[in-house]
Write a protein that binds this ligand. Structure first.
Ligand code: SF4
Length: 315
């Protein structure tokens, strides 16, 4: 059996930064540190940080006053920031800079007097955070049908923004529907979408052309991992979302000569290796990497952590 790994796959710069923030906070301030929501949507990552002293909570009321508190990569609403201030929590914000950029876009459009339309998935923490950051009129749409159902006059000045784990390709149809529906509409530049989402989706499309079956390593609640599996299925390739090697079903790969593997942006590479190890238990496996984009994006840590690190190292 040949195994071809998508390039790129797995951790993006926002996830690496978020995990780094928790690890650095544990190292600089000592456990426990509190993390609101799963820092990224991956149980293995969460469990490993929990073992080092991170405590994951859903509500800030569970955090003792003054404690180190980290907001997850998905971002938070303004009321959560305000609650943290009221409770005098020591906040380190692991919101991905690209999510924060979407917040900034939404605020700018509201300041221009536009109604903001967020294209995203209802209930996702990033969507809740983004809607909660916009102090003005905002609505959520997920599909072209949602656009048709909007009870808003077609001449209303509107602006759209998008959830980061949807790519340009995902949102194109919904944005086209919005552009047909509204005469005064603006939106961000195409360059503003999340590079990692787009790159992983493009890579999986290419991989689907050569694979007989596709395995997407990622968590069930990971939006971008689910989307990678959908893309595989849309391309006509049987595609399965798999948390780690223990979930591999031998029937999925029976008779396959090429198994494609990718990983969501919150899935560590060791889980990809774990899946390959499970495949090896079924028979000989030859692994290669599909040529693709080498990502070089890095995001800086929050200033408070950089200062603490400098103070500790004297640099
Ligand atoms: S997928 Fe994109 S927006 Fe989300 S954390 Fe990674 S880099 Fe940031």
């Amino acid at each position: 059996m040949r195994v071809i790994l998508a390039q790129p796959r797995g951790f993006c710069a926002g996830v690496i930064r978020a995990i780094d923030i928790v690890e650095q906070a544990l190292a600089r301030f000592g456990p426990p540190v509190y993390v609101r929501h799963e820092i990224v949507h991956n149980r293995h990552v969460v469990e490993s940080l929990r073992a080092k002293g991170a405590r994951f909570v859903e509500h800030l009321s569970e955090v003792p006053p003054g404690a180190i508190t980290i907001f997850s990569a998905h971002g938070v609403a303004r009321r959560v920031e305000e609650e943290a201030r009221t409770r005098k929590l020591n906040v380190l914000d692991a919101t991905c800079p690209l999510v924060a950029k979407v917040h900034g876009q939404g605020k700018r459009y509201v300041a221009q007097g536009r109604l903001v339309i967020l294209v995203g998935h209802a209930g996702h923490p990033e969507v809740e955070g983004t809607l909660g950051q916009i102090a003005g009129p905002a609505v959520l749409v997920q599909t072209e049908r949602d656009v048709e159902a909007l009870d808003i006059a077609p001449t209303t000045p509107v602006a759209y923004i998008t959830q980061t784990t949807l790519s340009v390709d995902d949102t194109r149809a919904v944005i086209s529907a919005l552009e047909r529906r509204f005469s005064d509409i603006v939106g961000p530049d195409i360059d503003d979408i999340c590079y990692a989402t787009q790159n992983r989706q493009s890579a999986v499309r290419a991989l689907a052309k050569v694979a007989d079956v596709l395995l997407v390593v990622g968590a069930k609640n990971s939006s971008n991992s689910n989307r990678l599996r959908e893309i595989g299925r849309e391309a006509g390739v049987p595609s399965h979302l798999i948390a780690d090697g223990s979930e591999l079903d031998a029937a999925w790969v029976r008779g396959a000569s090429v198994v494609g593997i990718t990983a969501g942006a919150s899935a560590p590479e060791e889980l990809v290796e774990d899946v390959i190890a499970s495949l090896r238990r079924l028979g000989p496996v030859e692994v290669s990497v599909q040529p693709g984009i080498e990502e070089k994006v890095e995001f800086r840590l929050p200033a408070e952590l950089l200062r603490a690190r400098r103070a500790a190292t004297g640099t």
